[in-house]
Design a protein around this ligand. Structure first.
Ligand code: UDP
Length: 334
């Protein structure tokens, strides 16, 4: 392996993926992206393509021969390809579940066959209805009913984590799991439910901000460049192998407060409009009350610290919604 391993990034044309590709190329690349462009966009890779050292492959992680070939041609794998976003999961549950389980199994099997290290993207959703906080990597999963579509995503990602762990224990798979909490930044589509780009767009258009439920539910939002900096610092740490890490912000805010801050930040005349979960997502939807990560493990191993706070994130989100260039922070390249 050279100083710059060749990375395969599945889902590399997506929101987090394209920012990771930028960071890996900034370090010298080379990078191969596998993406089916279902939610990812080639436009997200425009800057990366100019830089060179990037190979884009239009295809699916469900295509076993293709995944096997690409994994074999690369030194390391970061598996980000997934169906994400509460709206998408609820509207297309079976397709989402299949991609998020079979797709990951295909990548894990290929990584095992070729002896490659794989970093698997997981999610804060795997903690389920555990609303205590802050959540450490060992905090319990509190399971929702399998009959509630929202929990299918959580279940699929938990299956992925378990699969990686069993391959690791039984066959020596080299794997690291990262659990992303709410992530925000340029290139995030408002189409699949993500609250900040939605609120920012509504505020800029002067439309009511659609606060679901009571608005007392809370989240912590981390800028995508800080997420990628954490991810890259873990890629560089051999000690991360076989481990799981939360990646998220610990700056907690209720959704109602978030709506008000975005209205103020956009200097907008919008009002807050309460929408029931049933109207938003259909009957039987269950939300998470609280989602706060404990990132002690990540910080202790890598020294990572976020560079941007919620105020910076909201300024960027409003600029993005106005079609202005956001003030992107440079990605920390260790
Ligand atoms: N949300 C909201 N209005 C919207 C979109 C989302 O009130 O237009 C709420 C949603 O119910 C949840 C929070 O914002 O409580 C975060 O939603 P998102 O889909 O961004 O992420 P996740 O639910 O996966 O944390």
């Amino acid at each position: 392996m050279t100083d710059h391993p060749k990375y395969l990034v599945t889902g590399g044309a997506g929101f987090i993926g394209s920012h990771l590709v930028d960071a890996l190329l900034a370090r010298g690349g080379p990078v191969v992206v596998l993406d089916d462009l279902s939610t990812g966009r080639l436009q997200n890779l425009a800057g990366a393509r100019e830089r060179g050292n990037l190979q884009f492959v239009h295809g699916s992680v469900l295509d076993e021969p293709l995944v096997d070939k690409l994994v074999g041609e690369c030194d390391r794998v970061v598996h980000l390809a997934a169906a994400v976003g509460v709206k998408l999961i609820v509207e297309q549950p079976l397709r989402s579940f299949t991609i998020n389980t079979k797709g990951t199994e295909t990548v894990i099997e290929a990584a095992y066959r070729h002896g490659r290290h794989v970093t698997l993207a997981s999610t804060s959703e795997i903690y389920g209805k555990n609303s205590s906080g802050p959540l450490t990597e060992m905090s319990d999963r509190v399971l929702g009913s399998p009959s509630v579509p929202r929990w299918s995503y959580s279940t699929a990602k938990a299956v992925d984590e378990i699969l990686a762990e069993l391959y690791r224990r039984e066959y020596g798979l080299r794997a690291t799991v990262v659990r992303f909490f709410n992530t925000v930044g340029p290139r995030q589509s408002p189409a699949y439910g993500m609250v900040i780009p939605r609120f920012a767009r509504q505020a800029v258009l002067g439309e009511p901000l659609t606060v679901y439920g009571t608005g007392r539910q809370s989240r912590c939002f981390l800028h995508v460049t800080d997420v990628v900096a954490a991810l890259v610092s873990l890629l560089d740490r051999p000690e991360a192998e076989g481990e799981t890490f939360n990646i998220g912000s610990d700056e907690e805010i209720s959704i109602l407060d978030l709506a008000e801050r975005i209205i103020a930040c956009a200097n907008s005349t919008s009002t807050v409009h309460r929408v029931s979960y049933t109207d938003a997502y259909g009957p039987g939807f269950e939300d998470m009350e609280r989602r706060v990560p404990d990132t002690t493990k990540l910080r202790a191993l890598t020294g990572w610290q976020p560079r941007r706070d919620l105020g910076d994130i909201l300024v960027d989100a409003v600029a993005d919604a106005r079609g202005e260039a956001p003030q992107q922070a440079p990605v920390a390249v260790p």
